[in-house]
Design a protein around this ligand. Structure first.
Ligand SMILES: [Zn+2]
Length: 347
């Protein structure tokens, strides 16, 4: 391949018609998408980045040492002779196709409905098991909304998800060795009738098996969607208060716990019981944004057929990241690169 000459390329661009320039823009955008993984990896090893010094001896003196098979810049330590690149020691360290992980992250955050693992495997040319592991690695590193980021009018409500032990080996272990492995506290869900019918309910009733998530949103596009142990005063305050700016106003559906929290913390609180407003409620104060977010959460979760409850917190943050105006798939990729998992956890 001939060496890239910016001057010659500039001359070529100057001769193009406006229509041809538009085509070039599209081609450059596509090429940039393919190169994004390498650009992010190289950025970590730039001066001042987290991978700028030798991972073995910590010295900053280094020389360029060619490129890795995936195209990332390789560095050589002038002190100990070790070589490394921007993805050494990150979850992407041994992934053969980091560009596929980026493509998956883009689909997960930006697509109207993320691809299933099977479909993702077909589209990206990877196995569905790899897609599943990459997906879990990506959503596992998503962080909650930053402190004090929800400002102005903040709407809060709870979302529910039925408890799930998908993937659990409890029944298998119990049948194999009943003395050491007690039976799980409920039967499989298919043993109970559907909700709303008069027949069998699980022990403690249906409500006892609902996992709770707190959904909070402001009007600037910040979203918090965090799993909680229960819908009590302590659990809600623990999730809601850190993300709310000190001067924010709280709008809720009138659940009594929010009223108590607002009173304790002296937060202006507008309770819209069953969506109804009083004469004193300003027109701008409603919980429609929140209701839409929870409604989208139900639609988002439907294809997963009830993910295991141990992963619910990660799914909640995934939904929040998809709906957050400030978050892009590159943020998810940067978090993944910064997470420092063991090198072989993702490939
Ligand atoms: Zn070194």
């Amino acid at each position: 391949m001939p060496r890239f000459d910016p001057t010659e390329f500039g001359r070529l661009l100057a001769r193009l018609t406006p229509q041809e320039l538009r085509q070039v823009e599209g081609l450059v955008a596509d090429a940039r998408k393919r190169a994004e993984a390498v650009l992010e990896i190289d950025a970590r090893a730039d001066a001042g980045g987290p991978a700028a010094s030798c991972p073995r001896c910590g010295t900053c003196a280094r020389t360029r040492w060619g490129r890795t098979r995936t195209g990332a810049q390789r560095w050589n330590c002038s002190g100990c002779g070790a070589t490394w690149s921007g993805r050494s020691g990150t979850p992407l360290a041994r992934v053969h196709r980091p560009d596929l992980v980026v493509a998956l992250a883009r689909d997960m955050i930006e697509a109207p409905q993320p691809m299933s693992c099977r479909r993702g495997g077909e589209v990206l040319g990877a196995s569905r098991d790899s897609i599943w592991r990459w997906r879990m690695a990506i959503i596992g590193v998503l962080t909650p909304e930053a402190d004090n980021s929800l400002a102005g009018i903040v709407e809060a409500d709870e979302a529910h998800q039925r408890e799930s032990r998908k993937g659990s080996r409890e029944w298998v272990r119990h049948r194999r060795d009943p003395d050491n492995h007690p039976a799980p506290p409920r039967l499989r869900w298919r043993a109970y009738r559907r909700r709303g019918s008069s027949a069998t309910a699980p022990p403690g009733g249906w409500r006892a098996w609902e996992k709770k998530l707190l959904a909070a949103t402001d009007r600037a596009g910040h979203r918090a969607f965090e799993a909680m142990s229960d819908a009590g005063h302590k659990a809600i305050s623990h999730v809601l208060l850190p993300v709310m700016a000190p001067d924010a106003v709280l709008c809720t559906d009138g659940f009594v716990t929010y009223g108590r929290i607002a009173k304790d913390e002296r937060i202006p609180h507008f309770a819209l019981n069953a969506g109804r407003r009083t004469k004193r409620t300003p027109r701008s104060h409603h919980i429609n944004t929140e209701n839409a977010l929870i409604s989208r959460f139900r639609a988002f979760m439907q294809p997963f057929c009830g993910p295991a409850s141990k992963n619910l917190a990660a799914y909640g943050r995934w939904h929040a990241a998809r709906n957050n105006a400030d978050r892009s798939y590159l943020d998810a990729l940067r978090l993944l690169l910064a997470s420092g998992h063991r090198a072989n956890t993702i490939c």
